[in-house]
Write a protein that binds this ligand. Structure first.
Ligand SMILES: *[C@@H]1O[C@H](CO)[C@@H](O)[C@H](O)[C@H]1NC(C)=O
Ligand SMILES: *[C@@H]1O[C@H](CO)[C@@H](O)[C@H](O)[C@H]1NC(C)=O
Ligand SMILES: *[C@@H]1O[C@H](CO)[C@@H](O)[C@H](O)[C@H]1NC(C)=O
Ligand SMILES: *[C@@H]1O[C@H](CO)[C@@H](O)[C@H](O)[C@H]1NC(C)=O
Ligand SMILES: *[C@@H]1O[C@H](CO)[C@@H](O)[C@H](O)[C@H]1NC(C)=O
Ligand SMILES: *[C@@H]1O[C@H](CO)[C@@H](O)[C@H](O)[C@H]1NC(C)=O
Length: 513
C-alpha cells in the first residue's frame, strides 16, 4: 500500500487549507508537566463480560436488549486478556498516560458487598503494568456502567442510596489502587449520561416518559434527569471528600469529575440568541459547575425548572462546593444555538424544554458512509476553554476525550482523524498560550472500541481491531503514527517542530507504508 504522489500532494494542499490553527508544533511546545494520553472505558474495551465473577452493568442490559444493531461488548477488544500487549502498543506510541475505567460490577459484582478477588487482581495487574512501563493511570470510576443489581434493587442513580454505595465502591478503589493512581475521575460525562439515560431514554438505563422518549416503559423525563444529577453531584462530592480527608495526603493524587461539552455559537446576532447561548451553557455546564464552584444551581435553572429542581441543603452545598481538583472535559464538536421561548409554554417539560433553545448541528453525515463525521471546529475547543477561564475562574482541566469517528475498518489511512487531531491539539496550544489552565489531553480512543452510540459501526481508534480475526489483531492506523511522531519529538530541541504540511508524506512513507 503506497499513497501515490498526486494523492499525497492533494492531501497536503487540502490539509494546509483546513488547518490554520497553529501550523508548527510538537510535544515540546507544551509544558513538561502537561500530559498526553489516550483513553478507553471498561465496558467498551475489556470483554470477558461474564468471566471471573463479573456481573452485568446497565450497559450490558442495554446491548442485550438488542439496541446498538444487536452488537454487544461481551468480547469487545478483549483487553481483559490482552492488556500487556496493549500496553506495549502504548509504549511504542509514546503515550504518557492511559485513561481507562474500572468496571464497578467486576470489582463489586452486586454493586455493594463482597469484593471480587479476580477483579481486584485484574486492575492491580493493569495498573502495575502501566506503572512499570512509565505510563500514568488516569482512572474513571463510573463510565455509564452502573451495576445492574443496584438499578434493580432501588433504581440506581434516582435513589439517594446510591450516594452511600458509590462512596463505598470509591473507597475500595482508593484503598486498593490509590498508591499508584495519580488521577481519579468519579463520573464520566455526567450531564449526557443523565440526559440519554433519564430524559430521551435512548441509552442505559432507558428511563423516559412520553412525549420525550420512544417506547418508554419506566421513568419520568420531567423529574428524573434533575434527580439523577443531584445524586451524582452528592455521590461525587462524598467520594471526593473521603479521598481528600483519608487518602490525598498519603497518595498525592487528584480527583475530579467529567462533563461532556459542546461549544455553542449563537445562530444569529440577536440579543435573544446571545442570551440563549448563555442559558444553554448554564443548563449544560452550569448544572454541574455552578454547584461544584459556587455551591448552588444556576439562577436560570431555578427559574425555568422550579420545584422539579432539587435544592441543596447548607450541608450539601458546602460539601459539593470545591469538591474537585480538576474538571474532565469531553469535547468533540460545535453546534449552533437559537432561542426558542415557545418551548416554555409547553404543558409537560423536560430538560430540553426547560432550556428553551434549539440546536442546529454542524456535524455532517458523510456521503460515503453511514458514519456521522464531526465538522472540524478546533476553534470551538479554544472558545470553550476561554469560557471556562472567564466564567468559571479557570479551573484545572483535562481534555479527557477528543477524536474523530470513521466507519469501522474503512481505511487504515485515516486522514480525517489525523487532520482532526492536528487541528485540536493546535487549538489547545493556542488556548494554553492565552492562559488556559488545561493540564492534559487524551485522544479518544486508543483502540477501536465498542462505541457508545454506534456499537462497532463507527470507530475512533488509533489502532484498528480486526473483529474478523479470532485473535482480534491490532493494527496501527496512520493516526497512530502521527500521534507517535508528535509525542516522540519530546526531548528534541525547539528546531524539532512537526512540519505537518511538509512532512506528512515523508512520515507516511518512512514509518507506515
Ligand atoms: C418501539 O416499539 C416498536 C414496536 O415494538 C418498534 O417497532 C420500534 O422499533 C421501537 N422503537 C425504538 C426506538 O425502540
Ligand atoms: C413526573 O413527576 C411529576 C412530579 O412528581 C408528576 O407531576 C408527573 O405526573 C410525572 N410524570 C409521569 C409521566 O409520571
Ligand atoms: C453578526 O455581526 C457581525 C459583525 O457585526 C457580522 O460580521 C456577521 O455577519 C453577523 N452574523 C450574522 C449571522 O448575522
Ligand atoms: C485571550 O484571553 C483574553 C483574556 O481572557 C481574551 O480577552 C481573548 O478573547 C482571548 N483570546 C482568544 C483567542 O480566546
Ligand atoms: C479489517 O481490517 C483488518 C486489518 O487491516 C483486515 O485484516 C480485515 O480484512 C478487515 N476486514 C474487513 C471486513 O474489511
Ligand atoms: C520535516 O521537514 C524538515 C524541513 O523540511 C526536515 O528538516 C525534517 O527532518 C523533517 N522531519 C521529518 C520527520 O521528516
Amino acid at each position: 500500500m503506497r499513497i501515490s504522489l498526486s494523492f499525497s500532494l492533494f492531501l497536503l494542499i487540502n490539509l494546509a487549507a483546513v488547518v490554520s490553527a497553529a501550523d508548527r508544533f510538537s510535544r515540546d511546545d507544551f509544558p513538561p508537566g502537561f500530559v498526553f494520553g489516550s483513553g478507553t472505558s471498561a465496558y467498551q474495551v475489556e470483554g470477558a463480560a461474564d468471566q471471573e465473577g463479573r456481573k452485568p452493568s446497565i450497559w450490558d442490559t442495554l446491548t442485550h436488549d438488542g439496541k446498538m444493531h444487536g452488537d454487544n461488548a461481551d468480547i469487545a477488544c478483549d483487553q481483559y486478556h490482552k492488556f500487556k500487549e496493549d500496553i506495549q502498543l502504548m509504549v511504542e506510541t509514546g503515550l504518557e498516560a492511559y485513561r481507562f475505567s474500572v468496571s464497578w460490577s467486576r470489582l463489586i459484582p452486586n454493586g455493594r458487598g463482597l469484593v471480587n478477588p479476580k477483579g481486584l487482581q485484574y486492575y492491580n495487574n493493569l495498573i502495575n503494568e502501566l506503572i512499570s512501563n512509565g505510563i500514568q493511570p488516569h482512572v474513571t470510576l463510573h463510565h455509564s456502567d452502573l451495576p445492574q443489581a443496584l438499578e434493580d434493587e432501588y433504581g440506581g442513580w434516582i435513589n439517594r442510596k446510591i450516594v452511600y454505595d458509590f462512596t463505598t465502591y470509591a473507597d475500595v478503589c482508593f484503598r486498593m489502587f490509590g498508591d499508584k493512581v495519580s488521577h481519579w475521575t468519579t463520573v464520566n460525562e455526567a450531564n449526557v449520561f443523565v440526559l440519554e439515560g433519564y430524559d430521551t431514554g435512548f441509552l442505559q438505563p432507558q428511563h423516559c416518559s412520553s412525549p420525550f422518549g420512544v417506547n418508554c416503559t419506566r421513568g419520568n423525563s420531567s423529574t428524573e434527569p434533575y434527580l439523577a444529577t443531584h445524586h451524582i453531584l452528592l455521590a461525587h462530592a462524598s467520594a471526593a471528600v473521603l479521598y481528600k480527608e483519608k487518602y490525598q495526603d498519603k497518595q498525592h493524587g487528584f480527583i475530579g469529575i467529567n462533563l461532556f461539552a459542546y461549544w455553542l455559537v449563537p445562530l444569529t446576532n440577536t440579543t435573544e440568541d446571545a442570551i440563549a447561548f448563555q442559558r444553554a451553557m448554564d443548563f449544560l455546564i452550569g448544572w454541574y459547575l455552578d454547584p461544584l464552584i459556587y455551591g448552588d444551581n444556576p439562577d436560570v435553572m431555578k427559574r425555568n425548572v422550579g420545584t422539579r429542581l432539587p435544592t441543596f441543603t447548607n450541608l450539601e452545598s458546602n460539601q459539593v462546593k470545591g469538591s474537585f481538583d480538576f474538571l474532565g472535559v469531553n469535547y468533540y464538536s460545535t453546534s449552533y444555538v437559537k432561542d426558542d421561548p415557545s418551548k416554555l409554554e409547553m404543558e409537560v417539560k423536560d430538560f430540553i424544554v426547560d432550556m428553551a433553545v434549539d440546536f442546529k448541528s454542524m456535524t455532517i453525515i458523510q456521503k460515503d458512509s453511514s458514519t456521522s463525521k464531526f465538522t472540524l471546529t478546533p476553534w470551538g475547543l479554544q472558545g470553550l476553554l476561554e469560557n471556562f477561564k472567564q466564567v468559571y475562574g479557570n479551573p484545572p482541566i483535562y481534555i479527557h476525550e477528543n477524536g474523530q469517528p470513521t466507519q469501522h475498518n474503512s481505511s487504515m489511512e485515516d486522514w480525517p482523524r489525523v487532520k482532526y487531531l492536528y487541528g485540536h491539539i493546535g487549538a489547545l496550544l493556542h488556548a494554553l498560550r492565552n492562559g488556559s489552565n488545561t493540564k492534559g489531553y487524551f485522544q479518544w480512543s486508543f483502540l477501536d472500541v465498542f462505541e457508545m452510540l454506534d456499537g462497532f459501526e463507527s470507530s475512533f481508534g488509533l489502532y484498528c481491531v480486526d473483529l474478523d480475526d479470532p485473535d482480534l489483531k491490532r493494527q496501527p492506523k496512520l493516526s497512530a503514527h502521527w500521534y507517535k511522531h508528535f509525542l516522540k519529538r519530546k526531548g528534541v530541541n525547539s528546531h524539532g517542530f512537526i512540519e505537518l504540511e511538509k512532512n506528512l508524506s515523508v512520515l507516511s512513507h518512512a514509518h507506515f507504508f
